[in-house]
Design a protein around this ligand. Structure first.
Ligand SMILES: Nc1ncnc2c1ncn2[C@@H]1O[C@H](COP(=O)(O)OP(=O)(O)O)[C@@H](O)[C@H]1O
Ligand SMILES: [Mg+2]
Length: 363
């Protein structure tokens, strides 16, 4: 069937891989199947460790990329099995890869994936390494989802903001007319996850239930919010090398109760997102959330209160499951590449111009 693509996304939350199988032949994408595979603990630990300088990185990164690629192939295969669709008919797999370094100021970003191996394992054309071309053209290489948000969620009768709350959170400003902008607003789930993993020994604080029982520490919240990143004007992008446990610890006095720190981190995360919308999407009347953070009830409650009277909903309301948006975006970006269309928005990334993104490994 022409127009069928798989999108593969594994983000900075390091939770695992989301895959979608979608038909992109019509005016709106049609989702056919979705699968999520959690990372094995060993792969998660190795990918997390590769985010920081370490010993023998080149070999470890190559081996981790191979393991990750086998995991990508398995979850891509799961979507095909769910839909009983053979791999032969597919146009391409768009694969984000796993970011282990993001240093646009130094001219590079690294997303681990072995594109050649993924093409071998799936028998499908693979498009990957989407970010490097935008950086080569002077851009941040991120965020890349705004072009997709514009194509799928843009309307001429409503000024929308789309917020993807992954490990990092990014905002797309979709005015009813005029230029679409977007940027990484700062931490999404990753500070909340890191603190919950340390103190609850769980991958994340489900629904924000733990944070809800703590008390915000006003002085700490003020110090965290003073961080330079929140006050920098877009274009801007960030990652795990900035926002992590060490970043939290830098601001702690040491005598805070862990639960109160979690409450404060939740407030920081919500305020960071809401204030970015208030500052840079001033006239948006509707805010749509996606990414795993859209399932964090307490986070959504604080966001909704701070953004009133704007309507805050999830993209489920727009017909795309919040947890499938980013994977679908990478299927769409692969289609842009194969049809020789740009995938970046220069007003978002700061690149010198629109660029056809990605590296192609033919089936
Ligand atoms: N019910 C929930 N309550 C709180 N957080 C949640 C919930 N469901 C998902 N999440 C958060 O979403 C994250 C995964 O989001 P995802 O969009 O996959 O991020 P990424 O793109 O960075 O991988 C989890 O690590 C967790 O922090
Ligand atoms: Mg994820």
């Amino acid at each position: 069937m022409p127009g069928l693509y798989i999108g593969l996304m594994s983000g900075t939350s390091l939770d695992g891989i989301d895959a979608v199988l979608a038909d992109l032949s019509g005016p709106a994408p049609r989702l056919i199947a979705h699968a999520h595979h959690a990372f094995t603990p060993a792969l998660r630990v190795e990918l997390a460790s590769l985010n920081s300088p370490g010993k023998n990185e080149l070999r470890r990164a190559a081996l981790a990329a191979n393991d990750l690629t086998r995991a990508y192939a398995a979850v891509a295969g799961a979507t095909l099995a769910l839909a009983a669709v053979p791999a032969e008919g597919l146009e391409a797999v768009g694969c984000h890869g796993q970011t282990v370094r993001h240093q646009p100021a130094d001219g590079y970003t690294v997303q681990l994936v072995n594109g050649a191996l993924l093409a071998e394992l799936t028998g499908i054309t693979v498009v990957c390494d989407f970010r490097s071309r935008d950086i080569a053209a002077g851009g941040q290489g991120a965020p890349l989802v705004p072009a997709f948000h514009q194509a799928v969620f843009g309307r001429n009768d409503e000024h929308r903001a789309i917020v993807n709350i992954g490990g990092i959170s990014n905002v797309t400003n979709l005015p009813s007319t005029g230029v679409v902008t977007g940027f990484d607003s700062g931490p999404g789930n990753l500070l909340l996850d890191a603190w919950a993993q340390r103190h609850l020994k769980q991958p994340f604080d489900r629904d924000g239930d733990w944070a809800k029982t703590g008390k915000i520490i006003p002085g700490l919240l003020a110090r965290l919010k003073a961080d330079e990143y929140f006050h920098r004007a877009p274009p801007k992008s960030t990652g795990r090398e900035t926002f992590n446990l060490e970043w939290i610890e830098k601001y702690l006095a040491g005598n805070e109760a862990a639960v109160d720190v979690q409450a404060t981190l939740l407030a920081l995360t919500a305020h960071g997102i809401a204030d970015a919308i208030i500052d840079f999407c001033a006239n948006a009347t509707a805010v749509y959330l996606c990414g795993g953070g859209a399932r964090n009830l307490e986070l959504v409650n604080v966001l909704t209160a701070r953004l009133a009277p704007r309507e805050v909903r999830t993209t489920d309301k727009l017909g795309v499951d919040a947890e499938q948006v980013e994977a679908l975006a990478f299927a769409w970006l692969a289609q842009q590449t194969l049809t020789s269309k740009p995938g970046n928005l220069p007003a978002v990334t700061g690149a010198r111009g629109p660029r056809i993104l990605g590296a192609i490994y033919r089936a």
